[in-house]
Write a protein that binds this ligand. Structure first.
Ligand code: PMP
Length: 432
């Protein structure tokens, strides 16, 4: 079976005439997998429908937010109710307090939280706060982690930066870039060495505590604890970027699951229920340094707007129901078991990695534990695999260096179909 994508291809040509690369975010371009992007017209539950009328089982979920499924009736109804009352007032609303309370209750490190409009804004603002609070300038980031496109964080980043092979972006001034020191993920000694050398100048270390942007990589035993200890010793802040993992790997994120509490946490994606959102929060004593309470400036015309708050609140309420994370775990485990069986049947050796409802299939025989080992993956095989899955109506992230996401809407039938498609796609890789 091969799906006709004629209409999508035509629409892409038209888009390219007026939008750089035809896309408003580079990861959507499919350029590394030798295909052209789909134009999606609508989505419901676990399915998306493109301009040619093809149906896809979706494991991208708008890159993470759609954890309760697309167009969930409760979320849709709540947004409709909110928009009827006005889409933005530029004043405080009770929705913002409600959202803040949900986040404070859920995320161990957060005593106060500020809403912004994207994950990028969340990480940029958290860094400014860390620098303003500590009076230090340098930050440590980990190679292959992606924290949005703020200047300080576009150094050795993951996601599209890795997919497109861009080491550092032109337009980021050298003076800013040199305040960011990169270290490999999962290597505590490397971080300790940096602290030994620059300890007094380091405002913070920022990381995805479980990575998604070079594929799913879990922290080695003791790694997060080690980072907590060394940052305490040097009075630097530990920042967890849980934009992807927050409310996904557990309701309270990686910090709840692994029991390591950072000073600041960045959130996004799920807390907006599919509308533009980000947030950063942490200890009250640190958060009180933000304007208007303190001197660290950060603001936003549409921050905490009622539509995004409503979509987010409704999504978090659904996620707060009993048994939800057990369901996500069960579905994700079932799919990954099926993939494992397929690999065994075909005599293929690929590395599978999963943290709750996010997972990766690495075309690498060896464990992927950091950026260097992620780079050893066979991206040509991934491209074949991706295209073969797409042809069979399975929509995956279009890069070896992106995670796949399970939603509550995925059914047993979806998972079974995905396992069958996975067998055919792996067979195509093997036969290539
Ligand atoms: N941090 C992480 C961990 C992310 O995965 C992303 C987006 N994929 C961002 C930050 C940036 O978020 P946004 O795209 O909303 O700016």
């Amino acid at each position: 079976m091969s799906l006709d994508r004629k209409k999508s291809n035509e629409l892409f040509q038209e888009a390219k005439e007026v939008i750089p690369g035809g896309v408003n975010s580079p990861v959507r371009a499919f350029s590394s997998v030798g295909a052209e992007p789909l134009f999606i017209e609508e989505a419901e539950g676990s399915k998306m429908y493109d301009a040619d009328g093809n149906e896809y089982i979706d494991y991208v979920g708008s890159w993470g937010p759609m954890i309760v499924g697309h167009s969930h009736p409760k979320v849709t109804e709540a947004i409709q109710g909110a928009v009827a009352k006005g889409s933005s007032f530029g004043t405080p609303t009770t929705l913002e307090t409600e959202m803040a309370k949900l986040v404070v209750e859920a995320v161990p490190s957060i005593e106060k939280v500020r809403m912004v409009n994207s994950g990028t804004e969340a990480t940029m603002s958290a860094l400014r706060l860390a620098r303003g609070y500590t009076g230090k300038d340098k930050i440590i980031k980990l190679t292959g982690c992606y924290h949005g496109h703020g200047d300080s964080l576009l150094i050795n980043a993951g996601s599209g930066v890795t997919t497109l092979g861009i080491p550092g972006s032109p337009g980021v001034p050298e003076k800013i870039a040199k305040e960011t020191i990169a270290a490999p993920y999962n290597d505590l000694d490397a971080v300790k060495d940096i602290f030994d050398k620059y300890g007094d100048d380091i405002a913070a270390i920022i990381l995805e505590p479980v990575t998604g942007n070079m594929g799913v990589i879990r922290p080695k035993k003791g790694y997060l604890e080690g980072l907590r200890k060394v940052t305490n010793e040097y009075e630097s802040l530990l920042i967890f970027d849980e934009v992807m993992t927050g409310f996904r790997v557990a309701y309270g994120g990686v910090q709840e699951k692994y029991g390591v509490t950072p000073d600041l946490t960045c959130l996004g994606k799920i807390i907006g229920g599919g509308l533009p959102v980000g947030a950063y929060g942490g200890k009250e004593e640190i958060m009180n340094h933000i304007a208007p309470d303190g001197p660290v400036y950060q603001a936003g015309t549409l921050s905490g707007n009622p539509l995004a708050m409503t979509a987010g609140i409704e999504t978090l309420k659904l996620l707060g129901e009993p048994g939800v994370y057990e369901q996500l775990e069960e579905k994700s485990a079932k799919l990954n078991e099926g993939i494992k069986d397929n690999l065994e049947k075909l005599g293929l050796n690929c590395y599978q990695s999963r943290e709750g409802a996010m997972f990766s299939l690495f075309f690498n025989e060896n464990p992927v534990v950091d950026y260097a080992t992620a780079q050893e993956c066979d991206t040509d095989s991934f491209a074949i695999y991706f295209r073969k899955m797409l042809e069979q109506g399975i929509y995956l992230g279009c890069s070896q260096f992106e995670a796949a996401f399970m939603s509550l809407a995925h059914t047993d039938k979806d998972i079974q179909k995905t396992i069958e498609a996975n067998y055919n796609a792996l067979k195509a890789v093997k036969e290539n």
